[in-house]
Write a protein that binds this ligand. Structure first.
Ligand SMILES: [Zn+2]
Length: 325
């Protein structure tokens, strides 16, 4: 004997007593032997549950049955189609969804925006660039304040691990576009050609004086000196600012050589290497082994000035007289 609950509210539980059933009697057979007074939808849309667990139609009722006698079974409707949330009826074409999302591509970043951002924001803090601005040997621009803070707090990200002190920062003079600060973020331009620094054209920083000029300006005006301050410079003093991937790679190679050379003189080891992968830069940066006394050096380079300076002190921290940098 089994009890069968029906999926309709208000109907009483059926008590079914099976006489002389065949040994391979299954739940499917039970369904077809329900009295004709019980009106049920087609069998294929029904299923049995017991204790809220689905029981297969082919479960035997007697021999080897998981159900003890006097079990209560429940018959339920199978919900066809989608998630039963009314959202998907299966009637819409898949194109509807494809078109709906076709215009929105939140993951795709506009490369122009990225390039402009590098000229507007500090590469470390992502805050708007403001004076004093410095550049690393790879042509990234930073707020000096952010770099000094990271050095002091010892929380310089690994990707900038090659910046160990003020000696690794190149002070740069960027020509501000008049009025750009009032409109929001400070924007810069070439002081010679007026080209905007927005990532669309190539710019060089001259390491010896820090002036940032467009490649176009440097090419058009033949001069062995800076076009702004007329200080002499060589080709090796030019650093591409916010350069392309290849240009940065070349700068990295140069930096690696320089570090190697410097460390050999000090009899310190720097481990290089690399496999030419895209992660080369950060891998190498993190694999540069700091000399044992690096921390001391960093601190010393920040807090002491070995050279007397003619510059007047500014609003900056007293330990950072301009002339020493
Ligand atoms: Zn200059």
């Amino acid at each position: 004997q089994v009890f069968v609950e029906l999926p309709y509210p208000g109907t009483s539980t059926l008590s079914i007593y099976l006489r002389n059933p065949s040994p391979d009697y299954t739940l499917r057979d039970l369904l077809s032997s329900l009295p004709p007074t019980v009106r049920l939808p087609p069998m294929s849309s029904l299923f049995f549950t017991m204790d809220r667990k689905i029981v297969s139609d082919s479960t035997p009722i007697f021999n080897g049955s998981p159900m003890p006698a006097f079990s209560t079974l429940r018959i339920d409707h199978r919900i066809r189609g989608g998630g039963g949330d009314g959202g998907a009826t299966g009637a819409e074409s898949r194109d509807c969804y494809l078109n709906m999302y076709a215009d929105k591509k939140p993951d795709k970043v506009d490369p122009n925006e990225v390039r402009l951002s590098k000229w507007v924001n500090c590469s470390l803090s992502y805050e708007p660039l403001r004076h004093p601005i410095v550049m690393d040997e790879l042509g990234n621009l930073f707020n000096k304040e952010a770099l000094v803070e990271a050095l002091l707090m010892k929380n310089m990200p690994k990707e900038f691990g090659y910046i160990r002190g003020l000696k690794d920062m190149i002070p740069v003079e960027l020509a501000e576009i008049p009025g750009s600060k009032q409109k929001g973020s400070m924007r810069f331009q070439c002081p010679i050609t007026g080209l905007e620094c927005n990532g669309k054209s190539k710019f060089y920083a001259i390491k010896t004086c820090g002036h940032v000029l467009s490649a176009k300006g440097l090419k058009e005006v033949k001069s062995s000196g800076c076009l702004v301050c007329h200080k002499e410079f060589s080709d090796g003093d030019k650093v591409v600012v916010n350069g392309s991937e290849e240009e940065v790679k070349a700068l990295w190679e140069k930096l690696k050589q320089k570090k190697k050379f410097g460390s050999n003189n000090k009899k310190h080891k720097i481990e290089g290497g690399g496999d030419g992968s895209n992660n080369k830069k950060s891998k190498l940066a993190s694999s540069l082994v700091a000399p044992a006394n690096a921390t001391k050096e960093v601190y010393a380079s920040i807090f002491t000035s070995s050279k007397k300076s003619d510059f007047k002190e500014t609003f900056m921290c007293r330990s950072l007289p301009l002339g020493r940098n």
